[in-house]
Design a protein around this ligand. Sequence first.
Ligand code: PHE
Length: 350
Amino acid sequence: MSNQISTLRQEFTARLDAVTSVTELEEIRVEYLGKKGSVTGLLKSMKDLSAEEKKTFGQEVNVLKNEVTDAIAKKTEALRQEELEREIQAMPEFDVSAPPVLDRGSFHPITLVQRECEEIFKSMGFVVEDYSEIVTDYECFEALNIPKHHPARDMQDTYYLTNGQLLKSHTSAAQNAIYKKYSKALFEEGKPIRAIFPGRCFRNEATDACHENTFFQMEGVMVDKNISISNLIFFMKNMLSEVFKRDVKVRLRPGFFPFVEPGFELDISCAICGGDGCPSCKNSGWLELCPCGMIHPEVLKAGGIDPEEYTGFAFGLGLTRLAMMKYGIKDIRDLNSGSLKCMSQFTEDK
Ligand code: PHE
């Protein structure tokens, strides 16, 4: 029996060493840890053993199981990191040390992208709302169907003030206030709520070329009678085509956020290869751009809107990511560097 375990361990280690992609790794995970996997098989085979044997063998198999789980987790992380580096390398060149274009002040690239987006949304009847950076736990989580101790909070650990308030971890924190502010007056006139709210967000993140503890998002919501996923797709496609100044194709993949149901990750066709596949899009032809979904009934209810009568969609556009894509900025940290020499390269007369 112990022999079986050590053979499996050796075989697993060799297989793991040879893995080069996350997809292959997932296959291996299923082969070993899946319902019909070999480690699971070992556990199942225990039913014919004596109580004493079960104890020792069971312990050994569990050690193996934990080893396999840990090794797969580590390898996943390493492969993701490699993919990230490849993605960064494939981005267009931008010179951190280039001389300033102007000798006067200039707009920050995120301001430029934000203003451009605001113009597009305003032309579609959206109001632009500003919202505070310090919010309550209720606004940031509870009102968004994320109760205390919900695991979704782990992804959005942020900075807490001594008075219990926090720095908002996403622009969704303004949703509740927007619904309360607009629903009554607009619905009485038979008009939809259409609002965007750009803002600075904070997360307790270790920083690297792709992660920052301070970044910008732009949230958008539309609520009315009979709003469906078709409206969401139509709207996102038109809006993004305007932003990128080309006809973008969009596709939705399932994504989980407690405040939308169903929730999606929206991808756009890759501009560099036109969808054929290139290093920028990891050969998939698609770039992940913006999470979105149909607003959860509980979230509408918390905002004073009757979910039986009204539905809506919400999306969270990453302005920082958009600016990086648009200007080919490879390191997110440059954006907060305060280096005029570097940032003024993007100045457009606006
Ligand atoms: N607030 C989410 C985040 O920052 C993004 C999101 C917005 C998802 C709107 C769905 C709808 O992770």
